[in-house]
Design a protein around this ligand. Structure first.
Ligand SMILES: [Zn+2]
Length: 591
């Protein structure tokens, strides 16, 4: 057993804080939209008794009309079908292709197991084809998370029908049970899980730090007490890569030193930034399948622009096939969040994919894509679905709300998923309220369909050169057509992305954001450090934290039952999630 250790306790505390406060800022940012009307009962044109009155169309109605009038254009053949495998001797393979719209040369890169071709660029945003060993994905793209090698509630064939390009496999759970060797014996994770397209595995470090008790990061690796028998265990960079080599996904992630976003110790962030680079070098030396798998480093550095710049410089020098931006979606302020995304996207190579880890809120996907990022993952769309929360352009729809009990409409009339094609809100209200697994599956299906449709529309808008118009319509609809509801961070981030929200948001860009060459800004400026911690902790939602604690307990208890089969464990965890449902009003704060 671990000896009592002050540092370990401190880190455990911050680890728990990290985990417990993950949704804190999200809840503040979404608090605005929660007040927006989302259902028929609150529709602005619904008369409150008496004679119906004629009113001019509201901004919300205009935004809805704008979105409806701009349906997803069909993808050009070149984008929807990146073509047969590129041969080395094919013309243009080793050179950038010009943009069909502007004629400019577009960024391109090729490594043994990856080819990345930017197909069109608008402002900082880009649409690209990402050829991986198993599938040629298109970006921007959202990757659903499969915790046990399967996305909860959904079949691989359904994910295929929803046009998911890449699914994320969770290394910690798979490495623990059935074990990397067992998965390798089954032909690797993609074959074992029946997923025919591209796959990405995480390093396992984040799961350990965020889920397990008594996790401690040292130079050797992540040390933790086994959830099975309490014995001391260690995950080193070499072991993480060995497990991921055995799982056999198209992309594997370097083990990084993750510091809780709410940590207020600058020395800890500095230590983790250097250690992440040292661990990356160990991961690269251990990587045994370079011709078949791509190792992505993860940019760290907290919320200090100098640390982020150092991490960017160190990692870019390693010339990896693609890069991830880490340390976000962990309880930081939205203002700190977008600045890090903007700095990292501007500092990463233009011809390589950029993956922002842990991003699943539709608004975040839109903003990060506008800032030049390509790939996202989060359990949010599927987890929040199990609580009966459906994603739409107009915000989240709480199917358990009484207003849905007799609502004959589908979740989203613009969505063609099975849930929207066949079922009413009233039916889903009745079944999700009784915790029927089929209801959770239907809402999960819709939410994944929604994220795929959102990224498909982003790609089409970038390709057509209409991204600003799409983003303005999206932001307007997302905040109920109320310009006063659009938060300052959205205005500022989109301003940096070159998208003007005049007429959509009441606020004007603050222009106090960091402007520095490392940030891709317009001029050099003073180095600014963005304090994190106080605000995020103060905003921490108590109910959400309690729910997280219940989830962690449920996860630990589940892991202890090593003999229970994966299917049954998944079902139990689902049941625990349902049982741990928070108070009304907290449900969409899950990530
Ligand atoms: Zn749907």
């Amino acid at each position: 057993m671990l000896a009592p250790h002050h540092q370990a306790t401190t880190r455990l505390t911050s680890t728990l804080l990290f985990s417990l406060s993950r949704r804190a800022v999200q809840s503040t940012s979404r608090g605005v939209s929660r007040r927006r009307p989302t259902g028929a009962a609150q529709h602005p044109s619904t008369p409150r008794g008496g004679m119906p009155r004629r009113r001019p169309p509201t901004a919300a109605a205009l935004a809805s009309a704008a979105l409806a009038a701009a349906p997803e254009p069909p993808l050009p053949a070149a984008l929807s079908d990146p073509g047969p495998d590129v041969r080395d001797d094919a013309p243009g393979v080793h050179s950038p292709a010009p943009c069909p719209r502007t004629g400019e040369d577009l960024p391109y890169s090729r490594s043994p197991a990856l080819e990345f071709r930017v197909l069109a660029r608008q402002g900082r945003a880009r649409a690209a084809a990402l050829r991986l060993p198993r599938h040629a994905a298109l970006t921007p793209c959202f990757m659903p998370v499969g915790t046990q090698g399967a996305v909860k509630g959904l079949l691989p064939s359904q994910l295929l029908a929803l046009d998911c390009h890449i699914v994320l496999g969770n290394t910690y759970h798979l490495g623990n049970r059935p074990g990397a060797a067992a998965v390798a014996a089954l032909g690797g994770l993609p074959r074992a899980s029946g997923w025919p397209r591209a796959m990405l595995t995480d390093s396992g470090g984040f799961q350990m730090v965020s889920l397990l008790h008594l996790a401690e990061v040292t130079e050797r690796g992540v040390e933790f007490a086994s959830p099975v028998d309490g014995s001391r265990m260690l995950l080193t960079p070499e072991q993480s890569v060995a497990i991921q080599n055995a799982l056999g996904a198209d992309v594997l992630m370097a083990l990084d030193d993750v510091v809780p976003a709410t940590c207020d110790d600058p020395r800890r962030f500095a230590e983790a930034t250097g250690r992440t680079t040292r661990w990356l070098d160990r991961c690269l030396r251990a990587h045994a399948r370079r011709d078949e798998q791509n190792l992505f480093p993860i940019v760290q550095g907290g919320f200090d622009v100098r640390l982020r710049a150092r991490s960017l410089r160190d990692l870019v020098a390693r010339d990896a096939p693609g890069y991830a931006i880490g340390g976000l979606a962990g309880g930081e302020t939205k203002d700190a969040f977008w600045r890090v995304v903007a700095q990292c996207a501007a500092g990463l190579p233009p011809g390589k994919p950029r993956y922002v880890m842990g991003i699943g809120y539709p608004l975040d996907i839109v903003v990060c894509s506008a800032l030049g990022c390509d790939m996202y993952d989060s359990v949010y769309p599927t987890r929040t679905a199990r609580f009966g929360v459906a994603l739409t352009d107009r915000g989240t729809l709480r199917l358990k709300h009484a207003a849905c009990a007799s609502d004959p409409r589908p979740i989203d009339p613009d969505c063609s998923c099975l849930a929207c094609a066949r079922h009413t809100r009233a039916y889903l209200h009745a079944t999700i309220s009784r915790a029927l697994p089929s209801a959770a599956s239907l809402v999960s299906l819709h939410n994944v369909a929604y994220t795929q449709r959102l990224t498909r529309r982003l790609r089409a808008a970038i390709l057509a050169g209409t991204l600003p118009e799409f983003v303005r319509a999206f932001v307007s609809a997302h905040f109920g057509g109320d310009p006063a509801a659009v938060p300052q961070w959205v205005v500022d981030a989109l301003d940096v992305a070159g998208i003007d929200l005049t007429g959509v948001a009441a606020l004007r860009p603050a222009h106090d954001y960091f402007e520095h060459e490392a940030f891709g800004g317009r001029r050099d400026g003073d180095l600014v450090e963005y304090p994190v911690g106080e605000e995020a902790v103060a905003a921490a939602d108590r109910a959400g934290a309690q729910q997280d604690a219940a989830l962690i307990m449920a996860g630990a208890a589940q892991a202890a039952q090593a003999a229970v089969g994966a299917d049954r464990a998944g079902a139990e965890q689902d049941a625990a999630l349902m049982a741990a449902e928070p108070a009304e009003g907290q449900k969409s704060d899950e990530r």
